[in-house]
Design a binder for this molecule. Structure first.
Ligand code: ADP
Length: 326
């Protein structure tokens, strides 16, 4: 793609101007075509300085999602190495499922700048205005179906670790995998298994993070917040996506090597509501008890009047009795 070649050339000369003539010769395109490409790149959010005498200089890459910019900061082996980035999608999970059915590889990552029908767990809707990170990864790990919920736990820890590494921000995890800050939801995760019985053939891991937009873009009824609200500035979505993918990849590899305990401990370190009296909602039924943690199988552990009980992530919702956290 000529546009990417131009960026590459400019990026290789960060401190200098690259003349139009040089670009034109190097890429075998006319000066007029270069001018058009540069204009399109500026519209995409690249800051490019153009001087009639000297040529062009790349000053800044966009904060919004961009395939080239993402590739520059990606350090993974397989996650995000194949990208499908759209301006608008109904839902990144739906597109990722379609692509998985068509043979999409392990690590294929679907991103959208806006989702018109973003999905939450249990058929709920996920509001996805522009400026958020709406991303779904196709995973074809060497794991059994029983391990699927561990992958969603891995995704929540990957997001938490990335937020801490990039912005020194400490957030909590509400079981099984909502990311919360001061009791308000910052991100959600939706894992969907596409597979044969007993084998996680494919897992679609959808992650939705409220990033570069004010809280006001979301329904007032939600207990939600955004990174912009917390930090007070906009962040680079490409760096955020790349960092999450890197952390997630490492965790998937650890899980494949059967190292769940380390992940379980990281998850517990960030869990909100541990040791508290909670309610677990299972369809029509509610079970009261003390939230003890997660088992070695990734299930929620509750100390009830009738002894310890465990619940798998797909089945239940956790509610606080004091409603401090969720
Ligand atoms: P939970 O299991 O905590 O209810 P889900 O993972 O099912 O959450 O997410 C869907 C719910 O999250 C919605 O029903 C809504 O209440 C809330 N929600 C929807 N969009 C957003 C958003 N962008 N930020 C925070 N919360 C949201």
């Amino acid at each position: 793609m000529v546009r990417h070649d131009i960026l590459q050339l400019l990026a290789e000369h960060p401190e200098e101007y690259v003349s139009g003539e040089r670009i034109s010769q190097y890429l075998n395109v006319t000066r007029a075509a270069i001018w058009k490409h540069i204009k399109a790149l500026k519209d995409e959010g690249f800051e490019i300085e153009g001087q009639t005498k000297n040529g062009y200089r790349l000053l800044k890459t966009p904060l919004s999602l961009n395939e080239w910019a993402l590739e520059q900061v990606l350090t993974t082996i397989s996650l995000g190495r194949t990208i499908c980035l759209e301006d608008e999608l109904a839902s990144t999970n739906i597109r990722a499922k379609e692509l998985a059915h068509q043979g999409g590889v392990h690590g294929l990552t679907v991103l959208a700048k806006y989702q018109s029908v973003g999905q939450g767990r249990l058929q709920r809707q996920w509001e996805s205005p522009r400026g958020g990170l709406w991303m779904s990864v196709v995973l074809r790990p060497d794991l059994s179906l029983a391990d699927a919920s561990k992958l969603t736990l891995a995704a929540s820890v990957a997001i938490v670790d990335a937020l801490e590494a990039l912005y020194q921000l400490r957030v909590g995890i509400k079981w099984p995998n909502d990311i919360v800050y001061n009791g308000q939801k910052l991100a959600g995760i939706l894992g969907e298994v596409v597979g044969e019985w007993n084998v996680v053939q494919t897992l679609i891991l959808g992650m939705g993070i409220n990033v570069n937009f004010p809280r006001g873009r979301l329904s007032a009824s939600l207990r939600a917040t955004t990174l912009y609200e917390i930090l007070g500035y906009e962040v680079d979505l490409n760096i955020l996506a790349a960092t999450i993918l890197k952390h997630l990849e490492n965790k998937v590899i650890s899980l494949e090597q059967k190292a769940f305990n380390e992940l379980r401990l990281s998850w517990l370190e960030r869990a909100v509501g541990l040791g508290e009296e909670v309610r677990v909602l299972q369809r029509e039924r509610a079970v009261q008890g003390v939230f003890k943690g997660i088992s070695i199988d990734g299930a929620l552990l509750l100390e009830t009047e009738n002894g310890e009980k465990s619940f798998s992530a797909g089945e239940v919702q956790l509610r606080s009795n004091t409603s401090t956290y969720f």
